[in-house]
Design a protein around this ligand. Sequence first.
Ligand SMILES: [Zn+2]
Length: 223
Amino acid sequence: MFIGHYAIGLSGKQIDKRPSLGTMFMAVQWLDLVWPVLVLAGVEKVSIDPGNTVLTPLNFEYYPWSHSMLMAIAWGALFGLVYYARTKNSRGAWLLLFLVFSHWILDWITHRPDLQWTPFSEARTGLGLWNHKWAEIAIETGLFLIGIFIYIKVTRAKYSSGNWSLWALVIFLLAIHFMNAFGDPPPNVEIVAWMGLSQWLLVAWGYWIDSVRRERRVVSSES
Ligand SMILES: [Zn+2]
């Protein structure tokens, strides 16, 4: 999954409007932001194997420190704690813990059984939605549209940049989603890792969008 994770980040505003959209994006993609660092360091292993599942040419050989269920909970707890230490916002901290863990749930639905439960056991799990091309594309695109709908329901533009920064991101993410589904496999693992790291730009984009939009206030009916 790719834009499905961003959909969950966009929906987070419904639960708590205080964390920036950039923080929500960082949370939902945290496991995929840690992963390329570990791949480049040689700790985790991925290879390019067209046909590994119908939708992805990546063979995730070993990635328990970024992507086991246990570590997803641990990363979520750490993320929530750091946020709480900085803001004293416990609702936001719990939300961010869940957003980090939601990445694992969505990956569990999409990946073939290559996700370890813990780094200390070999047993692996994964429901393999990536083997059902059109179902995956439909579900992920649908999730993304729902996420955008929720985000524009709870926030509105402060300046005109609040609108075009958001719609540019939507178009950009949809373009990458369809390129992932229909494009050629990446040439090598280093490029995959660097593409993964480039998602920090999407986090920065999230902070920018958040700074040029504001919460929609519900107009009180009392007079
Ligand atoms: Zn992932």
